[in-house]
Design a protein around this ligand. Structure first.
Ligand SMILES: Cc1cc2nc3c(=O)[nH]c(=O)nc-3n(C[C@H](O)[C@H](O)[C@H](O)COP(=O)(O)O)c2cc1C
Length: 208
């Protein structure tokens, strides 16, 4: 299949669609290295990935449970949070370090790098034959969990689960899983019909 068609066939896999074996270390490593090909102004490297192995899932579950408790959840809610640590044959934390002290690289540019890196990671997993999905959730925003993964100035941007697709067709662009429609104005030509007048306070005119 041509490369563009292969990339267009990528779909996020639901946790139930992912089975063992997980992507082996060399596949994860290649994906993380491709992630580093994201455009990165001043090479700040605002993203890194932390693999949570099977042996560590129980410890992560306890962290998730504590985070749920801190959000006021009862024992049932804590148990549900605990179980989320076992989702996905492979689990990565996506850790972002967004600096606000770099004059020429504002935070939004660094976040764009994080997103681009994430996309490269997903595409690399897909091209190597594995399914994956990005997950967020309140645990990613929990201070208890943050402290267990992050250095000073870092935060958990999201999680990535990955594994073998239980049904390879499920991740293909079939009629049952059509991609979301592409916006009509996705790619257009700029027509310079903005108002070139300047307001008295010096603000330029904008797009109509
Ligand atoms: C940062 C981020 C967090 C997300 N968190 C969740 C989540 O917690 N649960 C979920 O079902 N989808 C979540 N999604 C969306 C899925 O990862 C996925 O993009 C969506 O299901 C669309 O699937 P597609 O990639 O096949 O188009 C998140 C996406 C991003 C970018």
């Amino acid at each position: 299949m041509p490369l563009l068609a292969q990339l267009a066939a990528r779909r996020s896999a639901e946790p139930r669609e992912l089975t063992a074996p997980p992507p082996p270390p060399e596949v994860l490593q290649a994906a993380a290295e491709l992630a580093m090909r994201a455009p990165d102004h001043q090479a700040l490297r605002p993203v890194r990935f932390v693999h949570v192995g099977q042996q560590e899932r129980a410890a992560l579950g306890e962290l998730f449970a504590r985070a749920a408790q801190a959000r006021g959840r009862d024992a049932v809610g804590m148990q549900m949070a605990r179980e989320r640590a076992f989702v996905g044959p492979a689990l990565l934390a996506v850790v972002a370090r967004i600096r606000d002290d770099v004059a020429d690289v504002p935070p939004h540019e660094q976040w764009l790098t994080v997103g681009a890196a994430l996309m490269n990671l997903l595409n690399a997993l897909h091209l190597q034959g594995f399914g994956a999905k990005v997950l967020g959730g309140s645990a990613a925003r929990s201070e208890v969990v943050r402290r267990a993964f992050c250095h000073e100035g870092e935060q958990i941007a999201c999680w990535v689960i990955a594994g073998t697709l239980a049904d390879a067709q499920a991740a293909a662009p079939t009629a049952t899983r059509p991609p979301a429609p592409i916006p009509r104005d996705l790619l257009g030509d700029w027509t310079p019909d903005w108002t070139p007048d300047w307001a008295p306070d010096g603000t330029p005119g904008g797009m109509p």
